[in-house]
Design a protein around this ligand. Structure first.
Ligand code: G1P
Length: 312
């Protein structure tokens, strides 16, 4: 199907301050949630710092951003989230000790983390939902387009999911949402888009709705935690009233924005781990451990033995 957006409908009509071909170099990571699904593990440490195999969960997300050329990241934090800042900061004593002990590989690994990217932090003072968290990024974002990463979604693919979205951005200079086909009975856990297919994996968003009941869902394409947004989302967020779960929802603000400008959805390539629940968290840990060539043979053997014992 031949479908083209005419020049007049590209970004120029919507935000003159966004330059043609502008790259995405800023990202926002909301990380203020209380992590109640991971209690007691998340009681005294942020759930974003729980390790998936050998790295805290948030590091996977930040590495995806860096791999896609993001330079500045704002993390929206809350009370008790200092461990995130410490993890990405220099640890002078640790580095000294590793140096003295001649542990060069470990020293490099530790230093790499603190040199990875420019990180900024702002506190969301009240837990009023994802939309409200993103609104906390308004002055950091200024007039630039930006990426949003939700830490509960880790997407594994050689071409980072956000880079895939960036390619759609380069073409249309309009907001882009990552989507995945989800089981119909799970629509109440997602923002769901009403899609108009444009080409394989690419859709124009005709509407979107946060956490609809299965019978009311406009499709089975659920929004997954990667977005490319334009700064006009902030005006919409400011006007958005609490919605599902009595929280200010990003999806509701996007719906408002979508009335004014085109918006796209990209069905990304890659394996997504929804680490927001315990079972998927364990699966993700296993999946990443199995990617480690040194650990793989023994882990496979252990899994085989465990399955045999349980099933015999
Ligand atoms: C949030 C968004 C939802 C999106 C989901 C992806 O929901 O509100 O639109 O589909 O992330 O993981 P949450 O998981 O915070 O309830």
């Amino acid at each position: 199907m031949a479908y083209r957006i005419t020049k007049a409908k590209t970004h120029h009509a919507y935000d003159r301050r966004i330059k043609s071909g502008q790259r995405i170099t800023k990202a926002v990571i909301p990380a203020a949630g209380l992590g109640t699904r991971f209690l007691p593990a998340s009681k005294a440490q942020p759930k974003e710092m729980l390790p998936i195999y050998d790295k805290p969960a948030i590091q996977y997300v930040i590495e995806e951003a860096v791999a896609a050329g993001i330079q500045d990241i704002l993390v929206i934090t809350g009370r008790g989230k200092q461990a995130i800042e410490n993890h990405f900061d220099h640890s002078i004593e640790l580095e000294e000790t590793l140096r003295e002990q001649g542990k060069r590989a470990e020293l490099q690994a530790v230093q790499k983390i603190s040199n990875m990217v420019n990180l900024f932090y702002v506190r969301q003072k009240e837990a009023r939902g994802l939309g409200h968290a993103v609104l906390c990024a308004k002055s950091f974002v200024g007039h630039d387009p930006f990426a949003v990463f939700l830490g509960d979604d880790i997407i594994d693919h050689p071409r980072p999911a956000i880079r895939q979205l960036m390619q759609v951005w380069q073409r249309y200079q309009a907001p882009v949402l990552a989507v995945e086909e989800i089981p119909r009975e799970r629509t109440q856990a997602y923002g769901i888009v009403k899609p108009k297919p444009l080409s394989p994996r690419l859709f124009q968003v005709q509407d979107l709705v946060e956490k609809p009941r299965p019978e009311r869902a406009p499709s089975r394409l659920g929004i997954v935690g990667r977005y490319i947004l334009t700064p006009d989302i902030f005006g919409c967020l400011e006007k958005t009233k609490p919605g599902a779960g009595h929280e200010i929802q990003l999806t509701d603000a996007l719906r408002r924005l979508n009335r004014r400008r085109p918006m796209y959805a990209w069905q990304f390539e890659g394996v997504r781990h929804d680490i927001g629940n315990k079972l998927e968290f364990v699966k993700a840990t296993l999946a990443f451990a199995l990617k480690d060539k040194a650990a793989r043979p023994e882990l496979l053997e252990y899994l085989r033995e465990t399955v045999n014992t349980l099933c015999s």
